[in-house]
Design a protein around this ligand. Sequence first.
Ligand code: TIU
Length: 222
Amino acid sequence: MPRVADALPSPFTYEASKTALVVIDMQRDFIEPGGFGAALGNDVSLLGGIVPDVARLLRHARERGWFVVHTRESHAADLSDCPPAKRLRGQPSARIGDAGPMGRILVRGEPGNAIVAALAPVAGELVIDKPGKGAFHATRLGEELATRGITHLVFAGVTTEVCVQTSMREANDRGYDCLVIEDATASYIPAFKDATLAMIRSQGGIVGWTASLAQLLESEST
Ligand code: TIU
């Protein structure tokens, strides 16, 4: 049965069987001190605040039988999938692959690369390790969604203007209808979050839709 969420710039219509929740990079590397986010010079305390809302959204998606995808920004231990152009940006004292308090920064399998415990994936959910900012670049996400007949993506996670927005733009160009949940995404720079949400829904929804978590839950309250 189709559901309609009160969203901007217009109502967002979707069906559970064709909808996936995509939770972007809710990893210790971005949310806790000592990871990649901190190495870039950010105040990571701003990001932890959305964990309860992302957890609520995740519970809802599981109850409704949506397909659930989690992504992790991560690189192979030999950094063969990390272009020098990416590694050499940021602070010279703490780069991707360097040792940090939570293990090697942004390296697959290191403690800091794990998804925070409150949002841990469960059996049947897809975990995508992505070397880029976008979730489709150099991953099997497109094939996994196509196999399941998914047409609508609901986005959450961090950071709004980097990996969430890049993934949403990739998805938009691949033909998905995309909704980002405003209170389930965050940025180290709050003004960038607001600007990203505004640009996504500008020009009649040039990249997609935005809605609050309450608006999404309300659309499924019956
Ligand atoms: N730096 C920043 O805002 N974000 C990232 O580097 N990756 C993600 O957004 N996941």
